[in-house]
Design a protein around this ligand. Structure first.
Ligand code: PMP
Length: 330
């Protein structure tokens, strides 16, 4: 027998999918990195592994400790996925409006869950502050992953996601676009791609209710509206986001996002989550602006629609949120 494959070995190395239907419509080549194929089902498995390995190396995460994190769910699932074989316990603080699938998955992974009503970051009840305070009660027992400010997050995307995309796209990436939760993905990938090709154009995709679109436009962190997307959109500049190289920002609304989510299911057989659908809508918009140019455009499929099926494939929920997937993409 050769070397055994462990769960940590199947984090990353995801396929770069070509999207034929959208590519044909736009006369560009649209690619999407299938991050939902990670063992915990999202792009955040990379962050989880990167943060855990870095903390072990620095000696701040030791056997018997509990990993604490404030999360919209995916980082918690990623951390628990990696922690199980290493013998760490997990305690996760989440807002109480995330999809039921995330809480059920965390429970199955033996995670202790604390749920609180969502609130602005300035409020000390925000999940970020709650997680920090728990970790401060006993620094010997708790390790706070701190995905927003811990730069092991963007570093793992710089070391893995960026190089994988560059190789898989045959060293031809004209445009990369992605939404931001912590900024880890956009920062790590944009930094790597700009180093490989300084002309690679980087677009930040922002849901309504996030301040980053306006921040990139005018330097002011301001938002309007709201979004049903999960795990993306912020109102502050994190240490990870600071590393991002951004040329432009686009704002994408929930109608556009849900239209793309259903379009991809119907025309590409792809079941992807809300942030991923927003990403592909952004990639398609950028392709249409460069129509017929044959440019290579890359984005991220952060997680699967199955993580939200009680919402996005539920007609009652769609009605309640006033969302109607349109037949027409444009
Ligand atoms: N999509 C989903 C579903 C997520 O959970 C996250 C992470 N919060 C993101 C996108 C954004 O990734 P990042 O934190 O690297 O900006």
């Amino acid at each position: 027998m050769g070397k055994h494959t462990l769960i940590q070995d199947i984090v990353g190395h995801t396929p770069l999918l070509y999207l034929p239907s959208l590519s044909k419509k736009s006369g560009c080549h649209i690619y999407a990195k299938a991050e939902y194929l990670n063992p915990g089902g999202s792009v955040k498995d990379r962050t989880a592994l990167g943060i855990i390995q870095d903390a072990e190396k620095r000696g701040v995460l030791k056997p018997g400790m509990t990993i604490v994190e404030g999360t919209a769910g995916n980082t918690g699932i990623g951390l628990a996925t990696i922690a199980a074989q290493r013998g760490y316990k997990c305690l996760m603080v989440l807002p109480n409006n995330q999809s039921i699938e995330k809480y059920q998955t965390l429970e199955a992974l033996n995670v202790e869950i604390r749920k609180f009503p969502p609130c602005p970051f300035a409020d000390q009840n925000h999940f970020y502050h709650q997680a920090r305070r728990i970790s401060e009660t006993d620094p010997e027992k708790y390790f706070w992953a701190n995905q927003f400010e811990n730069t092991a997050n963007f570093q793992t995307h710089y070391d893995t996601t960026g190089p994988e995309i560059w190789q898989q796209a045959d060293r031809k990436v004209d445009i990369f676009c992605s939404a931001v939760g912590t900024g880890g993905t956009l920062a790590g990938v944009s930094k790597y791609l700009k180093e490989m090709n300084p002309n690679c154009h980087i677009a930040l995709l922002d849901p309504m209710g996030s301040g980053l679109f306006e921040y990139v436009q005018s330097g002011q962190m301001k938002s309007t509206g709201s979004s049903v997307t999960e795990g993306i959109g912020i109102m502050r500049v994190t240490e990870n986001f600071k590393q991002a190289k951004v040329d432009q920002a686009l704002q994408i609304n929930d109608d556009q996002m849900i239209t793309m989510l259903y379009y991809l299911a119907k025309h590409e057989g792809l079941l992807i989550g809300t942030s991923a659908a927003l990403n592909v809508y952004g990639a398609y918009q950028l392709a249409m602006k460069n129509k017929g140019s044959g440019k290579n455009i890359v984005t991220i499929l952060c997680d699967s629609a199955l993580r939200y099926q009680s919402k996005v494939f539920n007609s009652e929920w769609l009605k309640e949120k006033n969302l109607t997937p349109s037949e027409n993409l444009d």
